[in-house]
Ligand binder design. Structure first.
Ligand code: AMP
Ligand code: GLY
Length: 431
């Protein structure tokens, strides 16, 4: 069959790489299309220029090319209801409906769902003005967490270490810094613990675990500096032991999927749970309605099944009939090479070389923000490449990823030097 993959980052390159190996594409006429894609995605797919906010344009393409599966990578088209438009037209789609994508698109929606269904998460208050926020703050201890309600490209969350900082964060939200995403805010109790990301595939009813990862959100070594979309990740996150994973599944993910179905918004696609491992147990920080970026890159390196078949089974409500997804026991680790200036204004246009040399070291290099300038591969975004490698243990995966990263020639780029450090320390101390 023909498949259409939507999105343009490192996540989509990893998905394209894995989809291209699917039996769904085994007949000679079968094609993988991607829009808008990037030069890495183009190694596996035919790129097409579609305006993703124009649903009728996407539908016309699907009908003209007899697309049998659409895979939606990023959150914006999901929250915009593209999956609904495709499903109404009978096109199988991997990704949740607009109503279900509220799990990512509205923090207040998710917190209230958790409250209604007794799903463990931080205590919260929902506020609709700065003055209401200031009053509500009185009932929270410091530190306190302030969040814009809607999608804010990962920038809408402040962990405030003082009342002043909390007040400033509230003022910024209600002054319109995040546009419509800041029409409401959520104030949350601060949770202490280590974070882990947990993934599950679901067709709205059946839930299938799909691995764990740990991301590094701060720009600097040692987890300092401003937040980013993620500077590196590794999988699995062993801190999420089988016992804790069971707790996350039974107390958080399964009850959420059941609640969404019961409330008439069945969730279909991948559900990404950001978890805090607290002393009182596993608690939900937030949901994403998509694979993480760069978490997807490490999951795809370890995933041993047929991604197309699994995604189609989720799209066609038959996840209960497939074999459980299998993952390599090895650890995968990815290092993000970013353009100087990121997460502020990244320097665009820097020349990139050495990818073949890096891959000759055994790594897989996924393209995130790259473009072709004539024959030259150049940087065209903040996060530019994801140098990804496997190892028997995290220390080996880290060494392999950095050896490969050392072969990349990207004078205008930088990367963190310590991706995986928590796990490497634990491994070194024999825990
Ligand atoms: P979010 O976008 O909701 O995942 O928040 C971004 C980051 O803020 C998370 O990865 C956590 O590091 C932190 N965070 C969010 N909510 C809380 C909370 N209630 N307690 C402690 N840290 C939090
Ligand atoms: N790496 C974090 C995210 O994709 O949300």
């Amino acid at each position: 069959m023909n498949i259409l993959l939507l999105g343009s980052g490192g996540r989509e390159h990893a998905l394209a790489w894995k989809l291209a190996q699917s039996r769904l594409l085994e007949n000679s006429g079968d094609k993988l299309f991607a829009s808008p894609g990037n030069p890495g995605v183009a190694e596996h797919a035919e790129l097409v220029a579609l305006e993703l906010s124009d649903h009728s344009e996407v539908l016309q393409f699907c009908s003209a090319q007899r697309i049998g599966l659409v895979v939606i990578g990023p959150e914006a088209p999901l929250v915009d209801g593209l999956a609904d438009s495709l499903r109404s037209a009978g096109v199988p789609v991997f990704g949740p409906s607009k109503a279900a994508a509220q799990l990512e698109g509205s923090k207040a929606f998710t917190k209230e769902l958790c409250a209604r269904h007794n799903i463990p998460t931080a205590g919260f208050k929902r506020v609709t003005s700065a003055s209401e926020g200031l009053t509500a703050l009185d009932s929270f201890a410091i530190p306190v967490v302030i969040k814009a309600d809607g999608l804010a490209a990962g920038k809408g969350v402040t962990v405030a270490m003082s009342r002043d900082e909390a007040e400033t964060a509230l003022a910024e939200i209600f002054d319109g810094r995040f546009g419509a995403a800041g029409a409401e805010a959520v104030i949350e109790e601060f949770m202490e613990g280590e974070e882990a990301s947990y993934f599950a595939l679901t067709d709205g009813h059946t839930v299938v675990p799909f691995g764990s990862a740990q991301d590094h959100k701060r720009v600097g070594d040692g987890d300092v500096g401003p937040n980013t979309g993620g500077m590196g990740a590794y999988s699995p996150a062993r801190v999420l032991t089988p016992l804790l994973e069971g707790e996350a599944l039974e107390r958080i993910v399964v009850p959420t999927v059941r609640a969404m179905a019961d409330e008439g918004m069945p969730y279909s696609g991948v559900l990404y749970a950001g978890l805090m491992l607290t002393r009182e147990g596993v608690k939900l920080i937030e949901y994403n309605a998509r694979f993480g970026d760069p978490e997807c890159q490490v999951l795809m390196l370890r995933f041993q099944g047929d991604l197309g078949e699994v995604m189609l089974a989720a799209a066609e409500n038959r996840l209960a009939t497939i074999d459980p997804p299998r993952f390599s026991d090895q650890t995968a680790l990815t290092v993000v090479m970013a353009a100087q200036g990121y997460p502020g204004t990244p320097k665009a246009g820097g020349a990139i070389g050495g990818i073949a040399a890096a891959e000759a070291e055994g790594a897989k290099v996924f393209h995130a923000g790259t473009a072709m300038n004539g024959d030259q591969l150049v940087a065209s975004g903040g996060r530019v490449l994801n140098v990804t490698a496997l190892g028997a243990r995290v220390g080996e995966a880290q060494a392999a990823a950095y050896a490969a990263a050392g072969r990349i020639d990207f004078a205008d780029g930088f990367c963190r030097r310590d991706i995986g450090w928590r796990e490497v320390e634990r491994e070194a101390s024999g825990i």
